[in-house]
Write a protein that binds this ligand. Structure first.
Ligand SMILES: NC(=O)c1ccc[n+]([C@@H]2O[C@H](COP(=O)([O-])OP(=O)(O)OC[C@H]3O[C@@H](n4cnc5c(N)ncnc54)[C@H](O)[C@@H]3O)[C@@H](O)[C@H]2O)c1
Length: 293
């Protein structure tokens, strides 16, 4: 048994929120996109429009389908505009305090039957669910970046998640033409439990002077056949998100092997968060991007 989803609310219009809006609108859902910063909503919709235009030029999408999908995405001026959503996906900054505040504001507005999901990369679904009025209708739907391109979505139940919530989330993700993997609710789930310690180790390798940014990325691209080097990938994910995930692993598993590299902390403190701020392990103000170490 599944609930019917027609309208999807998205909280956070950054890299992930806009990507989720993109795939949901193309699959025929009405999308309401909210962000605390109105400029991010505008920028998010512009990104969706541009990325869909690229799909049209490469023959993957018809211009008419693009126009129709864009017409299904409505900017939400306030959280109140999400009141009629059947499913809300939270995709705001990876910070538990921010996410808790969002759920506290959102729950009283939503229809009691509406499902609530989080796109968190690492934070406990059970703990986030416990902050809401609907732990049985709360679930982790973890998309990968960039959402329109990446096939995988992790589904994570909290301790109280009901079967109907899980089945509805599964049907929703399948309707987006994504492949599901189910993860248990432990810090960083499957993909980031494995990926982030590798990225953190690459940053230690740089920190200890074993190799330059270029040497490390070339080594892993050509030596391990990774499509992107780990430092390039870190910039792509966002260094703030990488640091938050490492902190969740370090605190959640209480094992020193997850200690975030001090160099990662330094980059985040500098506001050098990777691609999204124009500078991280590479400087994206240059074309091609130039390593910063
Ligand atoms: N970047 C990745 O590769 C990736 C992959 C999977 C999941 N995620 C997860 O997705 C979430 C978002 O990541 P992102 O990469 O899109 O980050 P981002 O920095 O691009 O976007 C975050 C957005 O949240 C908004 N925001 C902050 N506080 C808010 C609030 N109170 N209400 C509404 N909006 C608020 C910010 O204005 C920003 O636009 C995080 O939980 C992250 O862990 C990220």
């Amino acid at each position: 048994m599944t609930a019917t989803i027609r309208t999807v609310g998205i909280v956070g219009a950054g890299q992930m929120g806009s990507g989720i809006a993109h795939v949901a609108a193309l699959a025929g859902y009405r999308v309401e996109l909210y962000d605390i910063s109105p400029e991010r909503i505008e920028a998010g919709i512009a990104t969706v429009s541009g990325n869909m235009a690229r799909q049209v030029s490469s023959g993957k999408l018809e211009e008419r389908a693009r126009q129709e999908a864009l017409g299904r995405i409505a900017p939400a001026r306030a959280l109140n505009d999400l009141a009629d959503a059947d499913l809300v996906i939270e995709a705001a900054t990876e910070d538990e305090t921010i996410k808790r505040k969002i759920f506290a504001q959102l729950c009283p507005i939503l229809n009691p039957e509406a499902l609530l999901a989080t796109n968190t990369s690492s934070i406990s679904i059970t703990r986030l669910a416990a902050q809401t009025d609907r732990p049985e209708r709360f679930i982790g739907i973890h998309f990968m970046n960039p959402v329109p391109v990446m096939k995988l979505v992790e589904l994570i139940r909290g301790i109280a998640t009901e079967d109907k919530t899980f089945e509805t989330a599964r049907a929703f993700v399948q309707s987006l033409d994504k492949t599901i993997t189910v993860a248990e609710d432990f810090p960083a789930f499957i993909v980031n439990r494995i990926l982030l310690p590798m990225i953190n180790e690459a940053i230690y390798t740089l920190y200890e002077g074993v190799g330059s940014v270029e040497a490390i990325d070339t080594a892993m691209r050509l030596g391990a056949n990774h499509p992107m080097g780990p430092l390039q990938l870190a910039d792509f994910i966002g260094l703030d998100t990488c640091l938050s995930i490492m902190q969740v692993l370090y605190e959640g598993l209480a094992d020193s092997k997850y200690r975030p590299c001090p160099l990662l902390v330094k980059y985040v403190e500098a506001g050098w968060l990777g691609r999204k701020t124009g500078r991280g392990f590479y400087d994206y103000r240059e074309d091609p991007p130039v390593p910063t170490r």
